[in-house]
Ligand binder design. Structure first.
Ligand SMILES: Cc1cc2nc3c(=O)[nH]c(=O)nc-3n(C[C@H](O)[C@H](O)[C@H](O)COP(=O)(O)O)c2cc1C
Length: 205
């Protein structure tokens, strides 16, 4: 599918066919694309917990403001961000020459260690970029998707047994859409959101 069509087609879908299942092969295809997403120092802060089990989806729904799509979707993907992803630098750069690997390990530790705000920012940033890839890749595969942050992160972490080093970034529901969507809600004008040369400069016409 052309990228323009993917971007036009993607919507935050809320009604799903509960009888449609998603196979491991589909997930494999999806996450092979998703993990090509960019991340700072290539640390790949994202981790994904995929729930297809009906009982666990029902629990997730309760922890997600009772939003129906969480139970009806074929899969609920919680995108989590790893706060201490810099601990993976050694592994991530294991195929680099020794001096490059040592430099990257030093740089990433210097950048993130003992800096909880930056660790959190980066976990959210990388997780969010992966989440966007996930929604576009799903659209390309003919799967409907929807992002959610209407959930209790503590309860979600408990249900999914997330370790303390992982924070829930966003949930993505996946499956087959049923019914029609309302027309896409209004976007702010380009001139309001795109400024040329300075934020006080002219808006893009
Ligand atoms: C970070 C984030 C969190 C969202 N959380 C929810 C949510 O909890 N429940 C929901 O129904 N929609 C949620 N949405 C969907 C937005 O309402 C939707 O993206 C927006 O209205 C634009 O619609 P569109 O995605 O169909 O273009 C969320 C979207 C984002 C990006």
């Amino acid at each position: 599918m052309e990228f323009q069509d993917i971007a036009q087609q993607r919507r935050s879908v809320k009604s799903f066919n509960p009888d449609r299942s998603i196979t491991d092969d589909e997930l494999h295809q999806l996450f092979t694309i998703v993990t090509l997403s960019p991340s700072s120092f290539n640390l790949q802060h994202w981790r994904f917990v995929v729930i297809r089990d009906a009982k666990i989806k029902a629990e997730l729904r309760k922890a997600s403001w009772n939003q129906e799509q969480v139970e009806k979707a074929s899969a609920v993907v919680t995108v989590a961000g790893k706060l201490n992803a810099y601990d993976d630098a050694e592994k991530i750069f294991s195929d680099a020459p020794d001096n490059v690997r040592e430099q990257m390990v030093k740089m990433t530790h210097g950048f993130y260690a003992d800096k909880p705000q930056i660790q959190r920012d980066e976990a959210i940033r990388s997780g969010s970029l992966a989440a966007m890839s996930l929604m576009y890749a799903a659209t390309d595969m003919g799967l409907a998707s929807g992002p959610l942050i209407g959930f209790d992160p503590v309860q979600i972490s408990q249900i999914l047994s997330l370790p303390e080093s992982l924070i829930p970034v966003v949930m993505i529901v996946l499956g087959e859409q049923v019914g029609d969507m309302r027309p896409r809600s209004q976007r702010l004008s380009l001139s309001e959101v795109v400024k040329l040369e300075s934020f006080t400069g002219q808006g893009l016409q």
